[in-house]
Design a protein around this ligand. Sequence first.
Ligand code: GLY
Length: 364
Amino acid sequence: VNDKTSNGHKNDAQTLYVAAPSKCYPININYGWIDHAFLKALAHERHVVVITDENVYALYAEILKGLDVYVIKPGEASKCLRVYGEIQAYLIEKNLTRTDTIVALGGGVVGDLAGYVAATYMRGIGFIQIPTSLLAMVDSSVGGKVAINHGAGKNIIGTFYQPDAVYIDTAFLNTLPEKERSCGMAEVIKYGLISDSALFEQLNHMVALDWQQQIKAIIYRCCEIKAEIVSKDEEDKGIRQILNFGHTIGHAVESYYHYSGYAHGEGVAIGMYMKTCMAYASKKISKQELETVRQVLEKFNLPRQVRNTNDLPSILKEVIHDKKAEGKCFKLIELKRIGETEMVSYTYESLLQRLGEINHKEMV
Ligand code: GLY
């Protein structure tokens, strides 16, 4: 615990643990604690290579002074075999050994790529996640899913490789673009919808001014939910799949517009809202609850529907190409009520029929 303050708030360090079968590791959360001295101390104990992107580097070059840093171009396109190979070559050039460490300083792209590099360099070396985006803080930096993309799809080449630690400094959010903040909030809303109705209510009552004050506790709660799920099902064979709520449709939306029409969080928001409408159509939630979900997405500037609803049937065709599809049958996570989900099996035809039951006017 320390008594550093910012915006008049006392800041307490918080720690929780992910007890995954392959590794138990801490998630440390606080405001304004990751600086040059902190990174130098990490690098004092072992050889550290920091992987980051140009946006983060432009903002935080000062704290990286004197460290070995590999800077990638921002964006999903960097999660590819070419960049992966270039980083491996850099690590060989720097003589990194199996007892050294890769630090991922950035958002989901940096974390996924750096993690896959760490998992495979010399069959696995040290790996620390320092997420700088809200989405990475609440989701991608925790749980060990690391991957790069292939022409055939997102995250096709990957593995599970848990970090040794996740260090979350919420001061990084001060420089996060508004749209990125919204995308992170999509994942936060997801945790509320799938497993914590109290968190969802908190989001419902949150006003813009509260954001700074509440975000640290919200991140802690999201990490707590994720840590519990990952500890039970590290390899995504059962319960962990609830974290994909809204993601199958979300990925289809992202892919249909060639990853340039909608960001990941926006696709997820659209997917979650479609699922919420399905839950309403099958009387699992009330009109009032549907309206609350609509308002919460709106509050955080998230879309609920694609701009051209005529694209919908073609977008849904993409769903069956999702990597989770098994033959013609695939499973989707659905809302049972706010704060609880269930798994439902579909074929493309039965999904289209189910979606036909939705009153699309209600969705916009
Ligand atoms: N982002 C979903 C998961 O980590 O399982």
